[in-house]
Design a protein around this ligand. Structure first.
Ligand code: DX5
Ligand code: ZN
Length: 223
């Protein structure tokens, strides 16, 4: 497999210094994040409220690292294209919330972004297989969405393996991404199950040196 992608989640960063926190993972070499993961929560789809489009626009100005926007919101059909138009690299919506996911993927791509589809830990992949081929990324949640710092749910690895097999045998151009409880220990199991892109919040921004944490995660994922 190819080089693992590492996407630090700024949910665990210092919100008073978001620009600096992004810069901390926007260096060079192994310490540079591939994407920065931005968790948008609306207080309805998940029981937490974070940030929205105005903050994403400011983050887009703060560095040149591609933004991976994870929208944990109701009615993404209405709100997600705005993030693509603003310049987010990848815009991920929840399969449980999207009304017309095929059309939404087309809208996101037409606005210049990659389109991501996410499923919560208890959501079967089988329920959303038909629409997967219209997406660029599949984000498998390995914690219940809403909060950083939760423990990895190992049962989701079965879904990752199934996704890996379907993508490879179906020759789909879909990256498999995982989000929740990823650290230098759990990342090895996720990598072995076939994950391409690893989101990590507390493991990066809870570390003394976020850049070095990115490098450490990448090393463990590539083993
Ligand atoms: C949770 C978010 C995650 C979160 C992960 O709802 O989607 O992106 O930041 O945080 P950790 O890596 O600490 O589990
Ligand atoms: Zn996330």
């Amino acid at each position: 497999s190819h080089r693992p992608l590492i996407a630090p989640s700024i949910l665990s960063a210092d919100f008073a210094r978001l620009g600096e926190e992004i810069t901390a993972v926007a260096g060079t070499g192994e310490e540079r994040a591939d994407w920065v993961h931005v968790d948008v929560m609306d207080g309805h789809f998940v029981p937490n409220l974070t940030l929205g489009l105005p903050v994403v626009r400011a983050l887009l100005q703060a560095s040149d690292v591609p933004l991976d926007c994870h929208l944990m919101i109701d009615d993404p059909d209405r709100w997600a294209p705005g993030y693509a138009e603003a310049g987010a690299y990848n815009v991920t919506v929840h399969a449980e919330a999207a009304h017309d996911p095929v059309r939404l993927a087309k809208d996101l791509r037409a606005a210049g972004a990659k389109a991501g589809l996410s499923i919560k830990p208890d959501t079967p992949l089988e329920d959303h297989l038909e629409v997967l081929k219209h997406y660029d990324t599949l984000l498998v949640m390995s914690v219940e969405p809403g909060f950083g710092g939760q423990s990895f749910i190992p049962e989701v690895l079965a879904k990752v393996r199934t996704a890996r097999r379907l993508v490879d045998t179906g020759h789909l151009r879909v990256l498999v991404e995982i989000d929740g409880g990823i650290n230098t220990e759990t990342i090895e199991r996720a990598a072995e199950a076939g994950v391409d892109c690893f989101v990590a919040g507390s493991a990066v921004y809870g570390a003394e040196d976020p850049g070095r944490a990115v490098a450490a995660l990448r090393t463990q994922a590539a083993r």
